[in-house]
Write a protein that binds this ligand. Structure first.
Ligand code: HEM
Length: 144
């Protein structure tokens, strides 16, 4: 729990003017996640966890699960340096009118960490991915 709070606050304090989607990456991180097949497995685990989490269930109960999984696979593939292009809406548009708070964001990060742990992703790789997702908090959190 302490580890999660520390990482979540580090994420929210992450200062970067560069969007995570435009950051360049070597494919090493993509490989550490088991490439496309590993990301599909991770999202197959992560999305049901979101829907089962009492803090997030309401937000995700009507989600189009197949679309969400495949968009996340492509997005994480791209930000981790893989050969994919995320073609979905930008994070601001995708999360507009959802009233997402910092607490919601931190809860999602915590669930993602649990899912990465369950998939046996190395801690350093987990942190590298989280550092790339962190700047998105500016577009995802709509309730300040
Ligand atoms: C770094 C954090 C996040 C990332 C990278 C992310 C990424 C995405 C992506 C790629 C989509 C699919 C967009 C589309 O195809 O329309 C999406 C949709 C969505 N996200 Fe997020 N998201 C993040 C945080 C959150 C948080 C904190 C919440 C709420 C607690 C949230 C709730 C949703 C919901 C409800 C949808 C729509 C699902 C559907 O109706 O199919 N997201 N997100």
């Amino acid at each position: 729990m302490k580890k999660t709070i520390l990482i979540a606050s580090m994420l929210l304090g992450f200062v970067s003017a560069v969007s995570a989607q435009t950051m360049s990456s070597s494919p090493a991180l993509y490989q550490a996640f088991g490439e496309k097949a590993g990301l599909v497995k991770l999202m197959d685990d992560f999305v049901p966890r979101l829907q089962a989490d009492p803090r997030l269930a309401e937000a995700f109960k009507k989600a189009n699960v197949d679309n969400l999984k495949s968009q996340l696979v492509n997005q994480i593939c791209q930000v981790s340096g893989g050969p994919c292009e995320y073609k979905g809406p930008d994070m601001k548009v995708a999360h507009s009118n959802m009233d997402i708070t910092k607490t919601d964001f931190n809860a999602l990060v915590e669930v993602l960490q649990k899912s990465m742990d369950a998939q046996g992703i190395a801690f350093s790789s987990q942190n590298q991915l989280l550092a790339k997702l962190a700047p998105m908090h500016r577009d995802v959190i709509t309730v300040k």
